[in-house]
Design a protein around this ligand. Structure first.
Ligand code: NAP
Length: 242
């Protein structure tokens, strides 16, 4: 069955990989992005090539009105909404807590916590069926000492939201789950000033390498699909045993 899926932060990385797998399933995808319209347009073209439908829409997840507009356009364009992937997220450069500025912490929490909660709220208001997948992080378990404890805490908030929202929405037939990726080779590490981070640290994981965005996307697709019909309130680690 064709599904209609909204993915935040789908211009690259895990969001794009998820969009491409949705396309391969023949699903329709709303490709949200913040800044890189050209990359989002490429995601759209590749979803269509894979056999799905898609459109791109700029919108900062921190902006309540922008997120509402994104949901409105998705429902109008596709005639409904079966899935939301709450994926947009950022890291900041490596730092101890003692050295963190409030400005930096505010930036991380505004995108990863407030933005994710705004997206979840709109999904809860507008969905009448389907599945929400929150893209958390193994950092929520590990704490990320010496790197970004603010980021780790923001993902802990997402895990807690997954539990609470799943309980609220289960009676309405909407499932809410999270994936917790580990060290995944995407641009996010460069944006945090450590472009080689996934490769450098991936070898120390039990599996012995960094993961790929597609490996995370496969877990997300399963949670979006009807194959996961009895799964809600779960957090699925995609972290190579780390
Ligand atoms: P990425 O390659 O840096 O991509 C981030 C995406 O989020 C981009 O599409 C970006 O859009 C979008 N974005 C950033 N801020 C946004 C905002 N305020 N509003 C809307 N979109 C915004 O990151 P990634 O590695 O794929 O990460 C995706 C998710 O997985 C994040 O939540 C991240 O915390 C989580 N995660 C990643 C890893 C990893 O190792 N890669 C591990 C654990 C968890 P533009 O490019 O257009 O700005």
């Amino acid at each position: 069955m064709t599904k209609t899926i909204l993915i935040t932060g789908a211009s690259r990385g895990i969001g794009r990989a998820t969009a491409l797998l949705c396309g391969a399933e023949g699903w329709a995808v709303a490709v949200n992005y913040a800044r890189d319209g050209a990359a989002a347009a490429e995601t759209v073209a590749r979803v269509k090539e894979a056999g799905g439908d898609a459109f791109a829409m700029q919108g900062d997840v921190r902006d309540e009105a922008a997120v509402a507009a994104l949901f409105e356009r998705t429902v109008e364009t596709f005639g409904g909404l079966d899935g939301v992937v709450n994926n947009a997220g950022i890291v900041a450069p490596k730092s101890t807590v003692a050295e963190m500025s409030v400005e930096r912490m505010r930036g991380v929490f505004e995108t990863n916590v407030l933005g994710a909660y705004i997206v979840a709220r709109e999904a809860a208001r507008r969905m009448t069926r389907g599945s929400i997948v929150n893209v958390s992080s193994a950092a929520a378990r590990l704490g990320s000492a010496g790197e970004y404890v603010d980021y780790a805490g923001s993902k802990g908030a997402m895990d807690t939201m997954t539990t609470g929202l799943s309980n609220e929405l289960a009676p309405r037939g909407i499932r809410v789950n999270a994936v917790r990726p580990g060290l995944i080779a995407t641009d996010i590490h460069a944006s945090g000033g450590q472009p080689d981070r996934a490769d450098r640290l991936g070898g120390a994981t039990p599996i012995g390498r960094a993961g790929t965005a597609e490996e995370v996307a496969q877990a997300i697709i399963w949670l979006l699909s009807d194959k996961a019909s009895y799964v809600t309130g779960a957090t699925v680690d995609v972290s190579g045993g780390r």
